[in-house]
Design a protein around this ligand. Structure first.
Ligand code: G3P
Length: 224
């Protein structure tokens, strides 16, 4: 499983980059707009936090293939490192993906809601396809089932493309995606924290502390 953070909140990125086995950060125009700040400063700050080796996925704001390619080249030049341009699925997006694949610029094809979209994106050369799990669940579309079908079809056809499941609203959706072999997920920092939270764990840790302190007080192993 590849864990990615779906936010442009610099404090959240700093935190998760330090405490979690984070592979990178994804953004989209809605996420960037929420920050209400200068675009280049924001994405360059994200790159500075995560470094060149971790993935940074930034979505194009263009709709025509030629302009998507132009924007992708500029983003790659400015942001360097492990970079992926996010492109919504569609004819222009596929055309841009085929061109970018030839140029060696990573592509994450996004706004995926069906396995047919995902397979076409993979065939065009997308490195990742991003199905929106919660938005499917919201319309009784079964996001996990769509993820499972995409994982299976990419495997059947031996495609060099990974599923990057997105749009999660709870930890159970992430768990279900992991159960069907989803390659990667992008989640908010809140969900990242939920993935390791459990009240029984808190109780167990409290029990260890209480028992230890009952005999050794505030001394730790380092103090012996
Ligand atoms: O990048 C796609 C993802 O961020 C969409 O999530 O919560 O807007 O459905 P959401």
């Amino acid at each position: 499983m590849i864990y990615i953070l779906d936010t442009a909140d610099l404090a959240a990125i700093k935190h998760c980059n330090e405490f979690y086995p984070l592979a990178g950060v994804t953004t989209n125009p809605s996420i960037i707009a929420k920050a209400k700040t200068d675009f280049w400063k924001l994405v360059k700050d994200i790159r500075a936090i995560i470094g060149e080796d971790k993935m940074l996925h930034v979505q194009t704001t263009q709709t025509k293939a030629e302009k998507i390619v132009e924007e992708a080249k500029l983003l790659k030049k400015e942001l360097g490192g492990e970079f992926y341009v996010k492109i919504p699925i569609g004819e222009e997006g596929l055309k841009a993906t085929m061109e970018l694949h030839k140029l060696g610029i990573g592509v994450t094809m996004t706004a995926i809601f069906t396995p047919t979209q995902a397979l076409m994106a993979a065939k065009a050369g997308a490195d990742f396809v991003a199905p929106y799990v919660n938005r499917l669940d919201n319309i009784i579309g079964d996001g996990t089932e769509v993820v499972a079908e995409i994982v299976n079809q990419l495997e059947i056809y031996g495609m060099d493309c990974k599923v990057l499941a997105a749009s999660f609203k709870n930890a159970e959706q992430v768990h279900k995606c992991a159960s069907v072999g989803c390659h990667s997920v992008t989640v908010t920092d809140d969900i990242m924290k939920l993935l390791i939270s459990h009240p029984m764990t808190d109780a167990a840790i409290q029990g260890f502390d209480k028992d230890w302190q009952g005999v050794y007080g505030e001394k730790t192993i380092l103090d012996f």
